[in-house]
Write a protein that binds this ligand. Structure first.
Ligand SMILES: [Zn+2]
Length: 350
């Protein structure tokens, strides 16, 4: 029994998160990215569902308009998806440099890749049963997937990206049938490999969205608040103009929503004019510190964005996922997001 999909556009400035939320202490070690599960088998299955209910509850308590699973059922935003695919060997690991930034020991592509089974569809059905609110579901984007693997088979980043795009499209279609309203593809790699993004990255992403009857989003951020990312940000200078390289082509793309890092970032807000006409998820919460924003600070970021984004296309959001934060800090930040959005909404509605 699938409920009808919900159109999330009836609220002005609908709030949501970029994706992940902290996991409860009984599911995985807290305040650590990609931490190991604490249970196994049927117990783990049950615990993941319970954690999803907690994550949903916290979003509802904070008053978010568009909710998600808080990524409670995945350990890593890319590899958990890849674990369900044929053609990738998790025992043959190689060290690669992720997004030209940090080294990681990653699995190898050893043959043709395909989706053996649905990955998140049961989780999405479970979330759909818990709420009538609009649901956003995050998937990794094709370019970010290839950047998190060693490819000993296709030996072509582009070829592998097109294969992943096809697989993601299969999964996304099932997620829509399960009642998901917005599918978001996470493409932090779009902030790094500009030539490839323009040559085939956006085209591959569009392939992943082909025939989807829900809204589609792409999340492009400067990464989780881990040291490799915060160190990298220090090297980017006083103005972060990375978005400028990919926005013109994204503006022409079929994607409905662009999700961006804006709060405390050095991204010049006027770059948003390059994606005129798109809906924009404006990151108004910093996920790289433990300081809880005031509603006024959130409102200030949203108002800056409103100079370049029409009010009915602005979706207040977090800069990125909040998995590495404590639950207390994350709930404080969620509450600040909705309070800040409410301030701006009041002003707009007079
Ligand atoms: Zn992100």
């Amino acid at each position: 029994m699938t409920k009808k999909n919900h159109t999330p556009t009836h609220t002005l400035l609908p709030t949501s998160t970029a994706g992940s939320l902290p996991k409860p202490v009984w599911l995985a070690e807290p305040e650590k990215l990609w931490s190991e599960w604490r249970l196994q088998g049927a117990d783990l299955q049950q615990a993941k569902q319970d954690a999803l209910i907690v994550a949903l509850h916290e979003q509802q308590q904070a008053g978010l308009d568009i909710v998600s699973d808080g990524e409670q059922t995945r350990q890593h935003f890319v590899t958990t998806f890849i674990e369900h695919l044929a053609g990738v060997d998790f025992n043959q690991r190689k060290t690669v440099t992720i997004r030209n930034r940090y080294e990681a020991n990653v699995p190898s592509v050893v043959g043709a890749v395909s989706r053996k089974q649905s990955v998140f569809v049961e989780d999405a059905k479970f979330l759909r049963q818990q709420t009538d609110q609009p649901i956003k579901w995050a998937l990794p984007g094709p370019m970010t997937m290839i950047d998190t693997l060693y490819d000993g088979h296709y030996q072509s980043r582009e070829k592998l990206a097109w294969e992943f795009a096809r697989i993601l499209n299969e999964e996304a279609k099932e997620l829509v049938a399960a009642g998901v309203d917005i599918i978001q593809f996470d493409e932090p790699a779009f902030n790094v490999f500009f030539d490839e993004v323009n040559d085939w990255g956006i085209a591959a992403l569009e392939r992943a969205t082909e025939g989807l009857t829900c809204e589609t989003a792409v999340h492009i951020c400067y990464g989780y608040g881990i040291k490799a990312n915060t160190d990298w940000k220090q090297t980017l200078g006083s103005e972060w103009r990375q978005y400028e390289a990919v926005f013109p082509k994204l503006q022409q793309s079929k994607l409905d929503i662009i999700s961006l890092e804006c709060h405390n970032s050095r991204v010049p807000m006027e770059l948003l004019s390059l994606i005129a006409g798109k809906k924009v998820m404006v990151g108004a919460i910093d996920v790289a510190n433990n300081q809880i924003e005031t509603p006024e600070q959130v409102a200030q970021t949203l108002k800056k964005a409103l100079q370049f984004v029409e009010a009915d296309k602005l979706y207040p959001c977090t800069n990125c996922g909040m998995a590495p934060l404590s639950r207390q800090v994350a709930s404080g930040k969620l509450a600040a997001l909705t309070a800040g959005a409410a301030l701006v909404r009041q002003e707009l509605l007079g």
